[in-house]
Ligand binder design. Structure first.
Ligand SMILES: Nc1nc2c(ncn2[C@@H]2O[C@H](COP(=O)(O)OP(=O)(O)O)[C@@H](O)[C@H]2O)c(=O)[nH]1
Ligand SMILES: [Mg+2]
Ligand SMILES: [Zn+2]
Length: 308
């Protein structure tokens, strides 16, 4: 398995858990994907060792279960594969310092649906939540759990929730995403101090634009499992979603849509829309519907590059 890529060198973890720096020789089968990088962390590869050297040559990439990408530019057909073969994704959020928006959460969850990667929400920094914020967290947890997402409250500072996370990550490849400053590195360190990831005060995060690297890396937890840390990536990479299919990535909205009058109802202003009806009767969260609208009308202009 590829655990690190830096330009032309790729670190392979072999079956005996040795790390072998490898290069690629010639052209690899890319399964029709036009990407700027031939291999990504999480890829399973076949390789052979070079005699007398502790290096190797990658000969073949095995089929990917899934992968997440970032487009090189908005109009580019080429994409950069950030990671492959993910078992699950964790979105770390905080209700304060910095506060994660519900819009950001819902866009992440919709993208995880599109990639078919199970997602869990981590509410970190619970040690500094006021009683009002704790109440808000519990309401949000209830709402997201009713849709089918798992949630967990943590404090990296107090090492709260770390044992449960270790259990959930055992034997799996997990992506940990979230805005800068929510405590991703701190929580990973709390789970495994030997990783010793760099953490930064929230105020220092404004200067991060300078060295955004596209190299991803995997860390193995001493308790088992791998965590993917993709620097400079707040969430998943960009994914194309056609307008018509956005509601498929909101399970709560999708579940209602069978009762809409029109089979192709977009739940905007069609008559006898079951989604709008559920909204009026408080059976659907307003913030979820607003997130759906924001993706539908593409107000950030960055989630879809396709025409509509
Ligand atoms: N009070 C509190 N502070 C935290 C917690 N987790 C992280 N922090 C602080 O938040 C800041 C950003 O943490 P960091 O791990 O670098 O965030 P990252 O950008 O998501 O990796 C640091 O100053 C941490 O000490 C937590 O659970 N509680
Ligand atoms: Mg960090
Ligand atoms: Zn509808």
């Amino acid at each position: 398995m590829i655990i690190k890529t830096t330009g032309s060198w790729h670190t392979v973890l072999d079956d005996n858990r040795n790390e072998v720096p490898c290069k690629i020789k010639g052209k690899l089968r890319t399964h029709g994907l036009r990407s700027t990088n031939p291999v990504a962390v999480g890829d399973k590869v076949k390789f052979y060792r070079l005699e007398k050297e502790n290096t190797g040559i990658i000969a073949e990439i095995l089929d990917r279960k899934n992968y997440i990408i970032r487009r090189s530019s908005k109009l580019s057909k080429e994409s950069h594969v950030l990671a492959a073969n993910l078992d699950q994704a964790f979105l770390m959020v905080s209700l304060v310092s910095p506060r994660t928006t519900l819009r950001f959460i819902d866009r992440f969850l919709a993208t995880s649906e599109a990639y078919r990667i199970p997602a869990t929400l981590i509410f970190n920094k619970t040690d500094i939540y006021s009683s009002d914020l704790l109440e808000e967290m519990h309401e949000l947890m209830k709402m997201y759990e009713s849709i089918g997402y798992e949630t967990i409250g943590t404090s990296a500072l107090l090492k709260k929730g770390t044992e449960e996370l270790k259990e959930r990550m055992k034997g799996k490849i997990s992506l940990v995403a979230g805005n800068s400053g929510v405590g991703k590195s701190s929580l990973i360190n709390a789970m495994d101090p030997s990783l010793n990831l760099r953490t930064r005060p929230v105020s220092a995060h404004h200067s991060t634009g300078k060295h955004t690297t596209t190299f991803s890396e995997m860390f193995e937890l001493s308790s088992g499992g791998f965590i993917i840390d993709t620097p400079g990536i707040k969430g998943f990479g960009i994914i194309d979603m056609d307008r018509e299919e956005i509601s498929h990535f909101f399970p709560d909205i999708f579940a209602l849509s069978g009762d809409c009058q029109y089979y192709n109802c977009m739940h905007i202003n069609e008559p006898n829309c079951a989604v709008k009806k559920a909204l009026e009767e408080n059976r659907l969260s307003i913030s979820r519907y607003e997130s759906y609208l924001s993706l539908f009308f593409d107000d950030k202009g960055k989630y879809r590059t396709s025409r509509y």
